[in-house]
Design a protein around this ligand. Structure first.
Ligand SMILES: C[S@@+](CC[C@H](N)C(=O)[O-])C[C@H]1O[C@@H](n2cnc3c(N)ncnc32)[C@H](O)[C@@H]1O
Ligand code: SF4
Length: 395
């Protein structure tokens, strides 16, 4: 779907800021990537998940708290309605949140991820009716024994029963909406499953396959980190999979896997002068009201309690991190140690955020999103500035 003028303006504003960050840490853009943790409850205890060791109470996000994120929906590039938990445990609540999101922003690019246990054909059809365009299903092995030892609480037989039923329902309804996206997290424990998983993705008509490297969140799991030799083998598998399956679905290896980048042009590190783009881009609201910047650092930076989302976004906590990332001094140690260079995931090119520029200087437009004369936008394609109308597809 085309990006609205409000979203394009927000993206342009984001690029202006990360290209030339100001010294006080306030940013005129609103969050581009909004992550709302609908629940912390889960029916699994996966070996690699933060839930396997972090002692967080099982709660759902209150609808009052959820409502406080609504003011930035229209300007967000993308929205994830899930966190460390399984949203299908409370489908009516999740669907109510989805309805509210589309009411506020019919063009919302909304995604969620599930372990698939409760994704029966009936539930799939509910989400189709709700207007969801894609559902990510996390599967780390296509071998029953390994799957069940990693995705503890899961049943491989149940998963394939659900997927078989969904394939049949789609044929009956003559639609592939919502698309199914496969997500796999690899470590030494499972990367040899990739060829088998490619067949699995083809068989169950997945439209995209995203492969990420395991971020060692759980103590002891760092021993299973992919070695240089493993990466050589993964790269060989990648070549085979790309050759044989890319006509069925795109296969995306995350930049954090350490494999050569899939994106065209310069390496993603060269994309931005700031240490990491996350504090200008991402807002993660946990079910209990905590606010996080980074998915890979589990300490919240503050709480939403008594504050609006805009106050928090340009509040002292976000400003402090932005100032450090812009100046290169005072960068928190966990960021300097960013395991596996996870920040590369959040470079705009990795996320598919189009490189939007205003063709009228922002001073003439005013800085507030959505104000000023009709904005004009452009994007540089092969060295030429191509302009487009706000309602057209940017790239
Ligand atoms: C935390 S889960 C929550 C959503 C849902 N329960 C699921 O399993 O898809 C979201 C995604 O994070 C992935 N994940 C979990 N632990 C991870 C880790 N240590 N490193 C990278 N990704 C991880 C999961 O495999 C899943 O694809
Ligand atoms: S199903 Fe998802 S949230 Fe639950 S433990 Fe596994 S990765 Fe974590």
């Amino acid at each position: 779907m085309a990006l609205s003028a409000e979203k394009l303006s927000n993206i342009a504003s984001f690029y202006e800021e990360i290209d030339s960050p100001n010294a006080h840490g306030i940013t005129p853009n609103a969050p581009l990537l909004l992550v709302l943790e609908a629940t912390t409850r889960c029916n699994f205890k996966c070996v690699h998940c933060a839930r396997a060791f972090a002692d967080r109470p099982a709660i759902d996000m209150s609808l009052a708290l959820f409502e406080r994120a609504v003011p930035v929906l229209r300007t967000a590039f993308e929205l994830y309605l899930f966190g460390d938990g399984e949203v299908l445990l409370n489908t009516p609540r999740h669907l109510a949140m989805i309805a509210r999101i589309y009411q506020e922003d019919p063009g919302a690019r909304l995604q969620f991820s599930t372990n698939g246990k409760l994704l029966t054909p009936e539930v799939y059809e509910l989400y189709a009716t709700a207007g969801i365009h894609q559902i990510q299903v996390s599967v780390d092995a296509a071998d029953k024994e390994l799957y069940e030892s990693m995705r503890r609480g899961g049943s491989f037989d149940q998963l394939v029963r659900n997927l078989d039923g969904i394939v049949a329902a789609r044929r009956r309804l003559k639609t592939r909406q919502p698309e199914l996206h496969l997500a796999t997290v690899i470590s030494q424990q499972n990367y040899r499953q990739l060829p088998l998983l490619a067949e699995f993705a083809r068989k169950y008509e997945f439209s995209r396959w995203y492969i990420n490297t395991e971020h060692p969140l759980v103590p002891g799991r760092e021993l299973l980190r992919l070695t240089r030799e493993d990466l050589v083998e993964v790269n060989r598998m990648k070549a085979h999979i790309t050759e044989n399956y890319s006509s069925c679905f795109p296969v995306v290896f995350d930049a954090a896997t350490g494999l050569p980048s899939d994106t065209r042009g310069s390496p993603p590190e060269a994309d931005s002068p700031v240490f990491c783009t996350v504090p200008w881009q991402r807002f993660e609201l946990k079910a209990n009201g905590d606010v996080k910047i980074c998915p890979y650092y589990h300490q919240p930076i503050c709480s939403m309690n008594g504050r609006s989302i805009r106050d928090v976004w340009n509040g002292p906590e976000f400003r402090r991190v932005r100032k450090a990332f812009a100046s290169g001094s005072g960068i928190p140690s966990h960021c300097l140690e960013c395991k596996l260079g996870m920040r590369r995931q959040f470079l705009p090119a990795s996320l598919g955020i189009p490189r939007v520029r205003r063709t009228i200087p922002s001073a003439r437009l005013g800085t507030a999103v959505g104000r000023g004369p009709t904005p004009q936008f452009g994007t540089v394609i092969d060295g030429t500035l191509v302009t487009f109308a706000p309602e057209s597809e940017p790239v």
